[in-house]
Design a protein around this ligand. Structure first.
Ligand code: IPM
Ligand code: MN
Length: 357
């Protein structure tokens, strides 16, 4: 199979983890006889430094012309500590999601038995975790207008906005996914307070009744959901939620596994699908070869499966990652007493596993 992949390493540890993911994709090419073309593009702080734009037109063009996008991370402390900055790296990621119409962000959370003692929660609480967060990605308070400051600068406002169409299209993805899993969708909202959440409940319940009544639908307020994610995370299957709640809950859910460095994600919608780790740019770790590349390597697996329908290839990557984990080939954040491995050691290990199996 011949395919074109846009590679956007981004900021912080982005270039290092993406390099390992590309290494693994190259191993897949040789082992399974495919030809992938990798074209690199700029995004985030790196792009601002270069041309003043966090998502340059050239990068957008590259994304539109590619079959899939592999993305690393975005963010730089020099902007985090400067609330007055006019252009911010994060705007690049948001603009990319919006311009490509990537309205559905899929974030699966799985526990590795071998790492269960690394979870901050008791084994009895996390052992049955197998959930996926389906986060709406192009609407809500992230994008609603108007937003800004009052003239005197003393008041600021954001607008949360959702239409029935935006809610319905992502809900379909959640229901269809639940059919292939444990058959349960949990809608997370704040319908006791927010008008947007009441619309979510109405649209999701109607769609459930008319087309997906074979799937079970639960509705939970977000504060309660946050609590249940730490007291009884095994109760969840598919969590369907809006942009902001999904951002927060997916970080929370990710650490149940013991490290935020293990979880991949895919973003799908109108144009080219995007695959990225759910973690950030970890600037303190940049250039040190210590970041965990597993989340980005597993994002490549999601890419092969989701964008190219290459299931055996995706499964080979997943098995390689599992094998690394089971054999203690781990980066420092997951290691207690034993030797820690580097970012590139992990990539080498998974690439070699694929070549040999
Ligand atoms: C994520 C990130 C982004 C978000 C930031 C970097 C804009 O936290 O992908 O979860 O909030 O969506
Ligand atoms: Mn986030």
């Amino acid at each position: 199979m011949n395919k074109k992949i846009a590679v956007l390493p981004g900021d912080g540890i982005g270039p290092e983890i993406v390099a390992e993911s590309v290494k693994v994709l190259k191993a897949v090419e040789s082992r399974f006889n495919h030809k992938f073309e990798y074209i690199y593009g700029e995004i985030g702080a790196a792009a601002i430094d270069d041309c003043g734009e966090p998502y340059p037109e050239e990068t957008h063009k590259l994304c539109m012309e590619s079959d899939a996008i592999l993305f690393g991370a975005i963010g730089d402390p020099k902007y985090d500590n400067n609330p007055a900055a006019k252009v911010r790296p994060e705007q690049g990621l948001l603009k990319m999601r919006k311009s490509l119409g990537l309205y559905a962000n899929i974030r699966p959370v799985e526990i590795y038995t071998k790492l269960i003692d690394r979870s901050p929660l008791k084994e009895s609480v996390v052992k049955d975790v197998d959930l996926v967060v389906v986060r709406e990605l192009t609407g809500g308070i992230y994008f609603g207008e108007p937003r800004g400051r009052s003239e005197d600068g003393r008041r600021a406002y954001d607008t949360s906005l959702y239409s029935d169409v935006e809610i319905e299209r992502i809900s379909r993805i959640a229901f269809i996914m639940a059919r292939k899993r444990k058959g349960l969708v949990t809608l997370v909202d704040k319908a006791n307070v927010l008008a947007t959440s009441r619309l979510w409940r109405e649209v999701v319940s109607n769609l459930h009744k008319s087309e997906y009544s074979d799937v079970q639908l639960d509705c939970l307020f977000v504060d309660n959901a946050a609590m249940q994610l730490v007291t009884d995370p095994g109760r969840f299957d598919v969590i369907l939620t809006e942009n902001m709640f999904g951002d927060i809950l997916s970080d929370q859910a990710s650490v149940l596994t013991g490290s935020i460095g293990l979880l991949p994600s895919s973003s799908i919608g109108t144009h080219t699908p995007l695959f990225e780790p759910i973690h950030g740019s970890f600037p303190q770790g940049a250039g040190k070869n210590i970041a965990n590349p597993i989340a980005t390597i597993l994002s490549a697996a999601m890419l092969l499966e989701g964008a190219f329908d290459l299931n055996a290839e995706a499964s080979a990557i997943r098995k390689g990652c599992e094998d690394a984990i089971n054999n203690g080939i781990l980066t420092p954040e997951l290691v207690k007493e034993a030797k820690a491995y580097t970012t590139s050691d992990i990539g080498d290990y998974v690439a070699e596993y694929i070549a040999k199996n």
